[in-house]
Write a protein that binds this ligand. Structure first.
Ligand code: SF4
Length: 203
Protein backbone atom coordinates (compact mmCIF):
# COMPACT_ATOMS: atom_id res chain seq x y z
CA UNK A 1 0.00 0.00 0.00
CA UNK A 2 1.34 3.44 -0.97
CA UNK A 3 0.91 6.98 0.24
CA UNK A 4 1.34 10.10 -1.88
CA UNK A 5 2.84 12.61 0.53
CA UNK A 6 3.37 16.33 0.29
CA UNK A 7 5.68 16.46 3.29
CA UNK A 8 6.52 14.91 6.62
CA UNK A 9 8.03 16.56 9.69
CA UNK A 10 9.26 15.27 13.03
CA UNK A 11 9.03 16.86 16.47
CA UNK A 12 6.13 19.10 15.53
CA UNK A 13 4.79 21.07 18.51
CA UNK A 14 2.34 23.37 16.72
CA UNK A 15 -0.29 20.89 15.52
CA UNK A 16 -1.52 19.36 18.73
CA UNK A 17 -0.28 18.32 22.18
CA UNK A 18 3.26 17.09 22.68
CA UNK A 19 5.76 16.19 19.99
CA UNK A 20 4.04 14.93 16.90
CA UNK A 21 4.70 13.69 13.42
CA UNK A 22 3.22 16.01 10.85
CA UNK A 23 2.16 14.09 7.76
CA UNK A 24 0.74 16.10 4.87
CA UNK A 25 -0.70 14.26 1.90
CA UNK A 26 -0.63 15.46 -1.68
CA UNK A 27 -3.90 16.23 -3.44
CA UNK A 28 -7.22 17.88 -2.63
CA UNK A 29 -10.44 18.18 -4.63
CA UNK A 30 -11.93 20.91 -2.45
CA UNK A 31 -11.70 24.53 -3.46
CA UNK A 32 -11.32 26.72 -0.41
CA UNK A 33 -10.98 30.28 -1.68
CA UNK A 34 -8.27 30.97 0.88
CA UNK A 35 -6.49 27.66 0.55
CA UNK A 36 -3.55 27.39 2.90
CA UNK A 37 -1.59 24.96 0.78
CA UNK A 38 -2.29 25.50 -2.91
CA UNK A 39 0.88 23.70 -3.98
CA UNK A 40 -0.39 20.57 -2.23
CA UNK A 41 -3.77 20.54 -3.98
CA UNK A 42 -2.88 19.13 -7.42
CA UNK A 43 -3.76 15.46 -7.80
CA UNK A 44 -0.34 14.36 -8.98
CA UNK A 45 2.30 12.00 -7.70
CA UNK A 46 4.66 13.83 -5.35
CA UNK A 47 6.46 11.76 -2.73
CA UNK A 48 5.30 8.19 -3.07
CA UNK A 49 6.22 6.11 -0.04
CA UNK A 50 5.13 2.67 0.99
CA UNK A 51 3.07 2.34 4.13
CA UNK A 52 5.59 -0.16 5.46
CA UNK A 53 8.48 2.29 5.01
CA UNK A 54 6.55 5.08 6.69
CA UNK A 55 5.50 2.85 9.56
CA UNK A 56 9.08 1.79 10.29
CA UNK A 57 10.30 5.37 9.99
CA UNK A 58 7.77 6.62 12.53
CA UNK A 59 8.26 3.74 14.92
CA UNK A 60 11.98 4.46 14.96
CA UNK A 61 11.18 7.77 16.71
CA UNK A 62 9.45 6.62 19.92
CA UNK A 63 9.86 9.93 21.76
CA UNK A 64 6.85 11.31 19.89
CA UNK A 65 3.36 11.62 21.40
CA UNK A 66 1.26 11.21 18.29
CA UNK A 67 0.57 11.88 14.65
CA UNK A 68 -1.23 14.69 12.85
CA UNK A 69 -2.58 14.09 9.34
CA UNK A 70 -3.22 17.09 7.13
CA UNK A 71 -2.78 18.08 3.55
CA UNK A 72 -3.90 18.38 0.88
CA UNK A 73 -6.91 16.30 1.87
CA UNK A 74 -6.27 13.26 4.09
CA UNK A 75 -9.70 11.79 3.36
CA UNK A 76 -8.65 11.18 -0.25
CA UNK A 77 -6.06 8.72 1.06
CA UNK A 78 -8.10 7.51 4.00
CA UNK A 79 -7.60 3.81 3.38
CA UNK A 80 -3.80 3.96 3.53
CA UNK A 81 -3.73 6.48 6.39
CA UNK A 82 -6.12 4.36 8.41
CA UNK A 83 -4.04 1.25 7.83
CA UNK A 84 -0.90 3.15 8.82
CA UNK A 85 -2.51 4.45 12.00
CA UNK A 86 -3.86 1.04 12.98
CA UNK A 87 -0.40 -0.47 12.66
CA UNK A 88 1.25 2.35 14.58
CA UNK A 89 -1.22 1.94 17.44
CA UNK A 90 -0.33 -1.73 17.78
CA UNK A 91 3.17 -0.71 18.83
CA UNK A 92 2.51 2.74 20.29
CA UNK A 93 -0.94 2.58 21.92
CA UNK A 94 -0.17 5.75 23.86
CA UNK A 95 0.07 7.86 20.69
CA UNK A 96 -2.82 10.10 19.72
CA UNK A 97 -4.14 10.96 16.26
CA UNK A 98 -5.33 14.35 15.01
CA UNK A 99 -6.85 14.64 11.53
CA UNK A 100 -7.34 17.93 9.68
CA UNK A 101 -9.81 17.85 6.77
CA UNK A 102 -11.64 20.26 4.53
CA UNK A 103 -14.74 18.08 4.88
CA UNK A 104 -17.27 18.68 7.63
CA UNK A 105 -17.66 15.78 10.04
CA UNK A 106 -21.40 15.42 9.32
CA UNK A 107 -20.73 15.03 5.63
CA UNK A 108 -18.19 12.31 6.23
CA UNK A 109 -20.52 10.45 8.57
CA UNK A 110 -23.47 10.52 6.17
CA UNK A 111 -22.04 10.24 2.70
CA UNK A 112 -18.40 9.29 2.81
CA UNK A 113 -16.72 6.05 1.99
CA UNK A 114 -16.44 3.60 4.86
CA UNK A 115 -12.69 4.08 5.17
CA UNK A 116 -13.20 7.83 5.48
CA UNK A 117 -15.69 7.30 8.26
CA UNK A 118 -13.30 4.85 9.91
CA UNK A 119 -10.41 7.31 9.78
CA UNK A 120 -12.61 10.02 11.24
CA UNK A 121 -13.74 7.75 14.06
CA UNK A 122 -10.20 6.51 14.72
CA UNK A 123 -8.96 10.03 15.38
CA UNK A 124 -8.68 11.37 18.91
CA UNK A 125 -9.49 14.78 17.48
CA UNK A 126 -10.84 15.87 14.10
CA UNK A 127 -10.64 19.40 12.74
CA UNK A 128 -13.05 19.72 9.82
CA UNK A 129 -14.41 22.25 7.37
CA UNK A 130 -13.13 24.61 4.69
CA UNK A 131 -10.72 27.39 5.61
CA UNK A 132 -12.11 30.93 5.33
CA UNK A 133 -9.49 33.60 6.02
CA UNK A 134 -11.96 36.31 7.11
CA UNK A 135 -13.20 33.95 9.84
CA UNK A 136 -9.73 33.35 11.23
CA UNK A 137 -10.12 34.36 14.90
CA UNK A 138 -6.65 33.30 16.04
CA UNK A 139 -8.03 30.66 18.35
CA UNK A 140 -6.66 27.18 18.72
CA UNK A 141 -6.17 24.64 16.01
CA UNK A 142 -9.17 25.77 13.97
CA UNK A 143 -7.95 27.79 11.01
CA UNK A 144 -11.25 29.68 10.96
CA UNK A 145 -14.29 29.86 13.22
CA UNK A 146 -16.55 27.94 10.79
CA UNK A 147 -14.38 24.88 11.34
CA UNK A 148 -15.11 22.35 14.06
CA UNK A 149 -12.85 20.62 16.54
CA UNK A 150 -14.42 17.34 17.54
CA UNK A 151 -13.04 15.09 20.26
CA UNK A 152 -13.78 11.39 20.06
CA UNK A 153 -15.20 9.60 23.10
CA UNK A 154 -11.93 7.67 23.31
CA UNK A 155 -9.74 10.78 23.07
CA UNK A 156 -7.00 10.77 25.68
CA UNK A 157 -6.34 14.48 25.80
CA UNK A 158 -6.45 16.24 29.15
CA UNK A 159 -8.85 19.09 29.85
CA UNK A 160 -5.96 21.54 29.54
CA UNK A 161 -4.91 20.11 26.20
CA UNK A 162 -8.47 20.31 24.87
CA UNK A 163 -8.72 23.90 26.03
CA UNK A 164 -5.47 24.77 24.27
CA UNK A 165 -6.55 23.01 21.08
CA UNK A 166 -9.83 24.91 21.03
CA UNK A 167 -8.85 28.33 22.31
CA UNK A 168 -5.09 28.48 22.81
CA UNK A 169 -2.68 30.84 21.07
CA UNK A 170 -1.27 30.07 17.65
CA UNK A 171 2.35 29.20 16.96
CA UNK A 172 4.00 28.51 13.65
CA UNK A 173 7.36 26.82 13.14
CA UNK A 174 9.53 27.70 10.17
CA UNK A 175 11.94 25.04 9.06
CA UNK A 176 14.57 24.81 6.39
CA UNK A 177 14.63 21.41 4.79
CA UNK A 178 16.73 20.51 1.74
CA UNK A 179 16.98 24.18 0.72
CA UNK A 180 13.24 24.55 1.02
CA UNK A 181 11.03 26.33 3.51
CA UNK A 182 8.35 24.48 5.44
CA UNK A 183 6.01 26.28 7.78
CA UNK A 184 4.24 24.16 10.32
CA UNK A 185 1.20 25.31 12.27
CA UNK A 186 -1.99 27.31 11.95
CA UNK A 187 -1.54 30.83 10.51
CA UNK A 188 -2.56 33.90 12.47
CA UNK A 189 -5.16 36.19 10.92
CA UNK A 190 -3.80 38.49 8.27
CA UNK A 191 -0.65 36.55 7.73
CA UNK A 192 0.58 37.12 4.18
CA UNK A 193 0.75 33.62 2.82
CA UNK A 194 2.33 34.99 -0.32
CA UNK A 195 5.24 36.21 1.80
CA UNK A 196 5.72 32.92 3.64
CA UNK A 197 4.10 30.25 1.49
CA UNK A 198 2.60 27.10 2.95
CA UNK A 199 4.90 24.19 2.68
CA UNK A 200 7.79 23.87 0.34
CA UNK A 201 9.19 26.70 -1.67
CA UNK A 202 12.37 26.98 -3.68
CA UNK A 203 14.91 29.39 -2.26
S1 SF4 B 1 -9.20 21.53 2.20
FE1 SF4 B 1 -7.14 22.37 2.62
S2 SF4 B 1 -5.91 21.85 0.81
FE2 SF4 B 1 -8.07 21.58 0.24
S3 SF4 B 1 -8.64 23.54 -0.72
FE3 SF4 B 1 -9.22 23.66 1.47
S4 SF4 B 1 -7.44 24.62 2.50
FE4 SF4 B 1 -6.75 23.90 0.46
Amino acid sequence: MWLNLAEIAFDVTTLGPGRRFGIWVQGCTLGCQDCLSPEWRPLRPNKLVSMEYLRELLLSQPHHDGVTFSGGEPMLQARALLALWQQLRETRPEWTLIVFSGFQRERLLTSALSEQQALLLAADAFVGGPYIARLNDNRGLRGSSNQEIWFAPHARFTAEQREAMQYGPRRVELRWHKQQLLWVGIPVAGWQLSAVPRGIQDE
